[in-house]
Design a binder for this molecule. Structure first.
Ligand code: ADP
Length: 492
């Protein structure tokens, strides 16, 4: 006979040794790995040790019978598939065995091929059952995963069925529409979403009966926030309409940033408008011809040049301002602080001389290495030092200090100048903010210097503080950490 291949672990349980050995021979000749047990107790022992694919078990045995073993197998949820054999087979016995979990039965006496056939069927059943269980498990896992993802999403997700019931509203959506902390069961749309505008956007699709359910979107205000809402129809593969899914994306910050950008552009245009108009006016005067004396012409060109100089400074400051954002392209290296301070002092010597201001420098010898972009540090200190000279009084003093403090460097720029009124202090660092006072008339500036300082300090995760007494002077303090902690840290 052509023996089929049985690649499986089989437990044979029979108290009649001759029959048990006979079955073992038949199954082993097909390649099966067979273990013998002589009664129910031994069978349970073997089943406790390892998993078997199939168990062929006699029902009538001394001590523990086959029925009891089947019961224990079912109780313990063992995966083995059982085939019962009995000499006194009756329909009731077979039904009872099946009820206790047996897959098939084999009446005695039987031919080897009948045994093989039953074992093969049992094995097929086991494979199919394992496959089905695995697919179910996968399905369950992917459903749970999907649910977890939707729950954790930063964007709001709302699903509405054809009956107008909200069947899913994730926490972000609940917060957006102001509905409880979460949705546990389907609730009417009107109850969950109070905004008529949002309801209309979602409902349009739900109530559409012409079979055309196009996706749509709109911007909607919910509370103090603005959301970009996109609504998509949910359809089966046969185009049966099941409901809609709405995705709510909070665009409040985006819109604010957009508005701030436009406002900033308008301010830049405004700042450039008057010097440009002045230069244009001066040029027209000169073009008008020889009415002016050479001295007058020289005076006009000088004033023209001053305004151009102001615009050049504005463009420089704008470039520094854009640099001062936390950009990953910083060139981070250990900066020789004393050298940079000396460069800043040199840069401001002429200005100090013009204003009759004396500068003193104190740089400690034990400074820790300062990991930064040299240009950033120069720009930051240069703005503070030039301010301390510009807003000083003739005969005044400026002290520039750098010392170790904690895990970083403390810079101090102190002056004996005009000082800053207390109400202006919170506005320092605001783009284009300039303190207005009679003593400041004629002092050239863009109102961007301290914005650059403030942004640079923030980009380096440092600290900035100002103390000032009008009429006595100001102290600007900047602390920068020794290690660079901004974007691109570690890769410098
Ligand atoms: P500006 O280009 O006008 O100097 P800043 O942003 O550097 O712009 O400074 C903003 C304003 O803060 C200045 O207009 C000035 O009035 C005031 N200010 C800055 N530094 C000092 C200082 N050391 N002493 C007095 N006032 C200062």
């Amino acid at each position: 006979m052509d023996r089929p291949e049985i690649n499986a672990d089989i437990l044979l349980v029979d108290d009649e040794v001759a029959i048990a050995k006979g079955m073992q021979r038949v199954l082993e000749s097909c390649g099966a790995r067979v273990v013998l047990a002589m009664d129910g107790c031994q069978a349970l022992e073997k089943l406790g040790e390892r998993d078997f694919d199939v168990m062929v078990i006699d029902l009538v045995m001394p001590s523990l019978g086959g029925m009891e073993v089947l019961e224990r197998v079912a109780e313990e949820g063992l995966r083995v598939v059982s085939v019962v054999i009995t000499a006194h087979v009756s329909l009731e016995t077979a039904v009872e065995a099946m009820r206790r979990g047996a897959f098939d039965y084999l009446p005695k006496p039987f031919e080897p091929r009948e045994l093989i056939l039953r074992v093969e069927r049992a094995l097929n059943y086991r494979r199919l059952r394992d496959q089905a269980e695995n697919s179910l498990l996968e399905l369950n896992t992917s459903r749970t995963q999907l649910r977890t993802i939707v729950e954790a999403m930063g964007d709001g997700v709302i699903v509405v069925n054809v009956d107008g019931l909200v069947v899913l509203c994730n926490p972000a959506a609940c917060a957006a529409v102001g509905y409880g902390p979460s949705l546990h069961e389907p609730r009417p749309l009107e109850e969950v979403i109070r905004s008529p505008e949002l309801r209309r956007l979602i409902q349009l699709d739900v109530s559409s009966e012409d079979g055309c359910h196009a996706a749509q979107s709109g911007q909607i205000q919910l509370g103090s926030d603005i959301y970009m809402v996109q609504v998509f129809p949910i359809e089966t593969s046969q185009a049966k309409f099941l409901g809609t899914v709405a995705v709510l994306h909070n665009v409040t910050d985006l819109l604010k940033a957009e508005r701030a950008k436009l406002k900033f552009m308008a301010k830049v245009a405004h700042e450039l408008k008057s010097p440009l108009a002045a230069v244009q006016g001066f040029l027209k005067v000169i073009l008008r011809g020889p009415q002016q004396s050479p001295e007058q012409q020289r005076d006009i060109v000088l004033r023209c040049s001053e305004r151009v100089e102001g615009m050049v400074q504005l463009v420089r400051d704008l470039l520094d301002l854009s640099r001062s954002e936390a950009l990953p392209r910083r060139n981070i290296e250990p900066v020789p602080v004393a050298e940079v301070v000396a460069e800043v002092v040199e840069m401001n010597e002429a200005l100090a001389a013009d204003n009759a201001v004396r500068m003193t420098v104190e740089v400690a010898d034990d400074l820790p290495p300062l990991y930064a972009d040299r240009e950033d540090l120069f720009c930051l200190l240069n703005n503070l030092v030039s301010n301390s000279i510009k807003y000083n009084l003739p005969g005044g003093a400026v002290r520039i200090e750098a010392r170790r403090e904690g895990e970083g460097v403390q810079f101090v720029v102190a002056d004996t100048g005009l000082g800053i009124p207390p109400e202006a202090i919170p506005r320092l660092g605001e783009e284009f903010f300039r303190v207005q006072s009679p003593e400041r008339r004629g002092i050239v500036g863009t109102g961007l210097g301290l914005s650059i300082v403030k942004r640079t300090v923030a980009a380096y995760h440092g600290r900035l503080s100002v103390e000032s007494t009008p009429g006595q002077g100001s102290v600007f303090s900047v602390w920068l950490p020794s290690e660079f902690q901004g974007e691109g840290a570690g890769g410098a």
